[in-house]
Design a protein around this ligand. Structure first.
Ligand SMILES: Nc1ncnc2c1ncn2[C@@H]1O[C@H](COP(=O)(O)OP(=O)(O)O)[C@@H](O)[C@H]1O
Ligand code: SF4
Ligand SMILES: [Mg+2]
Length: 346
């Protein structure tokens, strides 16, 4: 483990970086996952929004796997699909080797127990008329934990997210807490069933800048303590590079680059990743208004994406093949993969 000091959001923070360790076993393997939303006109389906369209990757035990991309590229759909909160259209989700893409009933209940979610908007994600103790007790109750144990675990969960003394928070309703405090309750709820996988979907993007870093650090502390695998979804490359072991970059329903976080940041290969890195805001106020050349145009509609590579209408390196054939995922170095024809062997 290496301790790094970095300035994020105006604060110097110590970050322990876990090196990629090839011998860690996979917890999750996603293969060719598609999640399409039907577009309905009257009673007929007239098309599909192809929000996730043939995505494959794996997440190791105890790993933080980042998913980075602009708004609308399919991140939330992917996270919810993996947790089976949305029904996959096709493809496989192997969790500990078992395909959970189409499980139902008791098996799905088991899957709910071993997975958790932290959503972007803590106020939207919490039932407004429930006090904190009921919010935290509910999942334990559903999964048959005894009354005695429930009480103990709720107190411990609040202590773990540093909402202390816990007695001061038990009877508070969501509207009585700040966004940062409520997101801590959401984190406590996600970890309360001792899950093996947590999807954190933009967990700090709606919080005040002053509490973002401490909330992420707390999240990481819990992740390490409980040895949980995390899929960290964000539009913010700068936090993902510090908190993720590996990063995947999404564009228009596809993963276009995947690799160790520091490798992707320092030596990105895909034209879209390079664009995202280029537009990370410079923390130096002097450079805030410096013009940065970006990709022309907008991401495509997912109801009607362009054929071939989805970046082709915007890519400065576009070739004929890019407009005709979808590029495969190509290995460019150890553990780094890129979906781009530029790297195909000639
Ligand atoms: N319930 C839905 N019905 C139809 N389209 C949806 C629905 N939810 C999301 N979408 C569309 O799917 C695409 C991906 O959305 P989303 O997964 O929320 O992206 P992100 O989280 O990256 O912003 C967007 O085009 C969005 O408009
Ligand atoms: S496949 Fe072609 S259009 Fe797509 S990113 Fe690579 S060079 Fe650009
Ligand atoms: Mg989203």
């Amino acid at each position: 483990m290496l301790a790094l000091h970095r300035k994020i959001g105006g604060m110097v923070v110590k970050i322990s970086k876990t090196f990629i360790n090839d011998d860690r076993e996979n917890l999750l393997e996603v293969k060719g996952l598609r999640i399409w939303y039907p577009i309905r006109k009257f009673l007929s389906i007239v098309g599909y929004v192809k929000a996730v369209d043939g995505v494959s990757f794996s997440v190791k035990k105890g790993e933080i796997f980042g998913v980075v991309g602009e708004s609308g590229c399919g991140k939330t759909t992917l996270g919810k699909g993996i947790l089976r909160l949305l029904k996959p259209t096709s493809g496989h989700i192997y969790f500990e080797g078992k395909d959970v893409a189409r499980i139902k009933g008791k098996k799905l209940k088991w899957y709910r127990r071993v997975t958790g979610i932290v959503q972007q908007d803590p106020y939207g994600a919490m039932p407004p008329f429930m006090p904190v103790k009921t919010i935290l007790e509910e999942p334990l109750k559903i999964h048959g934990v005894s009354k005695e144990e429930r009480k103990e675990r709720v107190i411990k969960a609040l202590e773990e997210v540093k909402l202390t003394p816990p007695e001061d928070f038990l009877n508070k309703y969501p509207h009585m807490l700040s966004g940062g405090q409520l997101q801590r309750v959401a984190i406590a709820r996600a970890f309360i069933l001792k899950p093996k996988l947590v999807v954190a979907d933009e967990p700090v993007s709606m919080l005040d800048a002053s509490v973002r870093v401490e909330t992420l650090m707390l999240f990481k502390e819990l992740q390490k303590k409980h040895k949980v695998s995390v899929i960290y979804i964000t539009h913010d490359f700068s936090t993902s590079k510090y908190f993720s072991d590996r990063i995947s970059v999404m564009y228009a329903g596809h993963i276009v680059e995947l690799g160790p976080a520091r490798k992707v940041m320092s030596d990105s290969k895909h034209p879209y990743t390079s664009h995202l890195i280029k537009v990370i805001p410079d923390p130096d106020p002097k450079n805030r208004f410096v013009f940065k050349e970006t990709l022309p145009g907008e991401p495509p509609s997912l109801a009607n994406p362009p054929p071939g590579c989805r970046l082709s209408p915007r890519c400065p390196y576009v070739m004929n093949i890019c407009k005709e054939k979808e590029p495969p995922m190509i290995r460019v170095s150890q553990e780094q993969y890129v979906k781009c024809w530029l790297y195909a062997r000639k």
